[in-house]
Design a protein around this ligand. Structure first.
Ligand code: SF4
Ligand code: FES
Length: 233
């Protein structure tokens, strides 16, 4: 099957601004977009830069914009696209390092802000910290986040205000605030209960549309809003 990839290219050492380059390739319809990029890089243009690691939707490194929607290149097949002319761009709102590779420093700084690790007051038990099935169910979806950044890069609230923590960091806050084994819920609620934190989310749902792990991020943020509104200060 013939497919044309229109890829945004940019080499800051050479180019004043990004431009598009087209590549026509012949591939099986079961090829993933990541396989197509590999084919371009290995057979046609070795300079093409993009991130990838696991190739199986686990590492979150190959989020990019395909025909205007943020997706993982390793999770979508050529046959999933009606037209075989596919536009490929880096995920928006982050500085481009080269071609499809963006600088995710600001994304991970915001992730760090919410203390994305277990904080427990008591000493670790001999075996694991137990929780009931009901307690675990509260974080079942949130633990599936692979930090691909597709959600934050698709959020208009973040496009218009770079200080906003963004959906991925807030989802991580949920993951620990609602974890029965964690003792730092109040500490994290103080961090996110701000105008540039949780309350900058205007329930636009773009994040939910693009999450490759089908996490209903907006629902999780609404639970955080309820928790903030009901807590005693
Ligand atoms: S919530 Fe979904 S879209 Fe956002 S970083 Fe996690 S896996 Fe990616
Ligand atoms: S390469 Fe790891 S998620 Fe796609």
């Amino acid at each position: 099957m013939k497919v044309t990839l229109s890829i945004q290219r940019f080499n800051p050492e050479r180019d004043k601004k990004p431009y598009r380059k087209e590549y026509e390739i012949d591939v099986p319809e079961t090829f993933r977009i990541l396989d197509c990029l590999d084919k371009v890089k290995w057979d046609i243009d070795g300079e093409l830069a993009y991130r990838r690691s696991c190739s199986h939707g686990i590492c979150g490194s190959d989020a990019m914009m395909l025909n205007g929607k943020n997706m993982l290149a390793c999770q979508v097949l050529v046959k999933d696209f009606k037209k075989k002319y596919i536009k490929i761009d880096p995920i928006p709102s982050l500085p481009i390092i080269k071609d499809l590779v963006v600088n995710m420093d600001s994304f991970f700084k915001k992730y760090d802000v919410v203390k994305p690790y277990l904080i427990a007051k008591d000493q670790p038990p001999v075996k694991e910290r137990l929780q009931s099935q009901e307690e675990r169910a509260l974080i079942d979806e949130a633990v599936n986040c692979i930090l691909c950044g597709a959600c934050s890069a698709s959020c208009p609230s973040l496009w218009s205000n770079d200080s906003y923590l963004g959906p991925a960091a807030l989802l991580k806050a949920y993951r620990f605030i609602f974890d029965s084994r964690d003792d730092a819920a109040d500490e994290r609620l103080n961090i996110i209960d701000t105008t540039d934190g949780l309350w900058r989310c205007h329930t636009i749902f773009n994040c939910v549309e693009v999450c490759p792990k089908d996490i209903n991020i907006t629902w999780h943020l609404s639970q955080l809003k309820k928790k903030c509104a009901l807590r005693e200060l």
